[in-house]
Design a protein around this ligand. Structure first.
Ligand code: GDP
Length: 609
């Protein structure tokens, strides 16, 4: 059925020729590649039942559909591939160590702490951080940079470990989703008084999917009711078998609160890394790595915590990080002390970038500022396209006309880019069916501004989410005046729950039919000015006046959408007649025959699960 769909619109045909398009390309991009008129492609899509504008980003499915129609072999290039190609065009290879085996040196493991909410991830990260601070530095540095490194002694040798300081699997999966494999090893925290819980098993799944070994920290052993043996027994079911049960997994009983056995945990991490991983990197090359979190500081500008994965990062280097670039003006460690160079696995705060990169963006050192700028500009342009693509599932013209697709628009603002992305990622995963979609129209780091509220005002019903941030005063006033809904959260789960509830609330109620009664027609009475009345016997249930009804003859519906307009027992009006009684029923329909069945029903709202 190809010819009629194109409907005589002029467009070149590809005869199977390949066309490469980036994710998030528009019909205009497509048209440019094949030398067609964008308007013609818009029309063809309309014929195919989809309404898209020429400049709108469309998804892969749409590009392929259009390609098939015009006989082009559309290949959609992933952002990772695209980025690799972009860097290759500058003669840069990302993600591989330069040189051979002999240039590699052992690097510390990078650890993420995961586990069920309230099992003590944050407390454990704080406890490890505080007990291992260099002497004299202690004294309540409460600010975190998103990652830190500690040292421990194993077999008489000093060994370092890097912890990602944003606990939870959201951050972990958000990073992975962006192709940033930052974690070498997962510490799974399980509270000894609570045992294995849903997010415990989720964490195991994520770690397993990433092929990352797990060390189990059985936490809160100081608490009454703590049962570390039970935790070990429970986890065997998930393939985590403790050494003492003949397995491979190291379990360490700890108390984050009392600081018990934290050194043992660090040792278990080092031993597991040594046994299962071969962590090496070349420290003598231009640095590459990944941004862990970033924010805008009033005084210092863009502040990004990056994890060096290979090479050594130095003050003065020209770097590009996602869509941001610049010269490293200064580097700070987790204690806010200046650092001159950062070798592999070292997290540092970098000052000097022109913009705030996203968590999970890769960074690399390049030869000069000009190259950094070119790469950053091209990435930024691509990111804008990709953001536009974050529209809901494809809609057909019909859906839009019938108003069947509803959309919740969100603006997400947060304190650090890591949390904004983790939150957005989780929100976009909420799925309550096809009728209702969710779209994040803006995301950003920092307070909620007047501009955010203005953007919310452009589309009715847009909700602003503040994650650990508050609105600026004029923004709050504007929001109150205009009735823009701003919600504040500091826990990702709460935000997810509420948004999910909101989405469910947007679902139109679904109705199902419930049969109320049936009656068999035994006689027909002709009543002047009223029409035919069916003298009937109620066979089941009840017949109600004003109820919905249909007429069935020999098992076939002959008339639907009827209403019981009159109901009588003998000469009297009745509101309801029950099974086993005779009555006269008028349904405003004259073609009634003896033996017909009148069925009454009502529509009840179906509960959604
Ligand atoms: P998260 O949600 O996994 O990050 O959990 P938190 O670190 O916020 O801890 C949740 C609660 O458990 C807090 O009230 C902590 O003080 C408490 N907690 C954490 N570790 C321990 C521990 O080892 N012993 C006791 N008694 N309480 C703990």
């Amino acid at each position: 059925m190809q010819a009629p769909a194109v409907g005589g619109i002029q467009a070149p045909r590809g005869n199977g020729k390949a066309v490469r398009l980036p994710q998030g390309a528009s019909l205009t991009d497509f048209a440019e590649k094949i030398g067609a008129n964008p308007a013609a492609l818009v029309q063809i899509m309309l014929h195919l039942g989809e309404m898209v504008t020429a400049t709108q980003s469309v998804n892969e499915e749409t590009l392929k559909l259009l390609g098939a129609e015009l006989d082009f072999d559309v290949q959609v290039v992933s952002p990772e591939d695209e980025d690799r190609e972009l860097l290759e065009s500058f003669d840069i290879e990302f993600g591989e160590d330069e040189g051979g085996e002999e240039s590699l040196q052992v690097r510390p493991p990078v650890v993420t702490v995961m586990g069920h909410v309230d099992h003590g991830k944050t407390k454990l990260l704080d406890a490890i951080r505080n007990t291992n601070l260099v002497a004299g530095e202690a004294g309540g540095i409460t600010q975190h940079i998103g990652a830190y490194q500690v040292a421990t002694e194993v077999d008489g040798q000093e060994r370092k470990i890097t912890f990602i300081d944003t606990p939870g699997h959201e951050a972990f999966t958000a990073m992975r989703a962006r192709g940033a494999e930052t974690t070498d090893l997962v510490v799974l925290v399980v509270a000894a008084d609570d045992g294995v819980k849903p997010q415990t098993t989720e964490a195991i799944d994520h770690a397993t999917a990433a092929g990352v070994p797990i060390v189990v920290a059985v936490n809160k052993i100081d608490k009454e009711g703590a049962d570390p043996a039970k935790v070990r027994a429970q986890l065997t079911e998930y393939g985590l078998v403790a050494e003492e049960f003949g397995g491979q997994t190291l379990f360490v009983d700890v108390s984050a609160k009392q600081g018990l056995h934290l050194e043992d945990l660090l040792e278990a991490i080092v031993l597991t890394a040594d046994a299962e991983l071969d962590l090496k990197a070349n420290p003598d090359q231009p640095a590459q790595g990944v941004a862990i979190e970033a924010h805008l500081d009033r005084g210092r500008g863009s502040v990004a915590t990056v994890l060096v994965q290979r090479g050594t990062l130095r003050v003065g280097d020209s770097i590009v990080c996602g869509g941001a670039y610049g010269r490293v003006r200064a580097m700070l460690d987790e204690n806010f002390n200046p650092v001159e160079d950062a070798p592999p696995s070292r997290p540092v705060q970098v000052l000097g970038l022109t913009a705030v990169p996203g968590a999970g963006d890769n960074f690399l050192v390049v030869d000069d500022d000009r190259v950094a700028r070119q790469i950053a500009d091209r990435r930024a342009a691509r990111k804008r396209n990709a953001e536009l693509l974050k529209s809901p599932a494809r809609r057909t013209l019909e859906d839009i006309l019938k108003g069947e697709v509803q959309e919740l628009l969100l603006i997400v603002k947060g304190d650090v880019s890591g949390s904004v992305e983790a939150l957005e990622d989780s929100l976009l995963k909420i799925d309550v069916g096809d009728e209702v979609g969710l779209r994040v129209i803006r995301r950003g780091v920092g307070a909620i501004t007047q501009d955010d509220v203005n953007l919310a005002l452009t589309s009715e019903g847009t909700v602003i989410i503040g994650f650990n941030v508050r609105p600026e005063r004029n923004a709050q006033e504007l929001a109150e005046r205009e009735g823009v809904d701003i919600r504040y959260y500091s826990v990702i789960y709460q935000a997810i729950e509420e948004v999910e509830a909101a989405l469910k609330g947007m679902l139109k109620p679904e109705f199902e039919e419930a049969q109320l009664g049936t009656a068999e027609v035994r006689e027909i009475f002709r009543v002047p000015r009223v029409g035919n009345i069916a003298g009937s016997m109620v066979l089941s249930g009840t017949i109600n006046r004003n109820g919905k009804a249909r007429l069935i003859r020999d098992g076939v519906v002959v008339a639907d959408n009827l209403t019981v307009s009159s109901l009588r027992r003998f000469k009297d009006d009745a509101t309801e007649v029950r099974e086993g009684f005779e009555c006269g029923i008028g349904v405003g329909y004259n073609d009634i025959k003896i033996g017909d069945v009148i069925e009454t029903f009502e529509m009840r709202e179906k509960l959604r699960d």
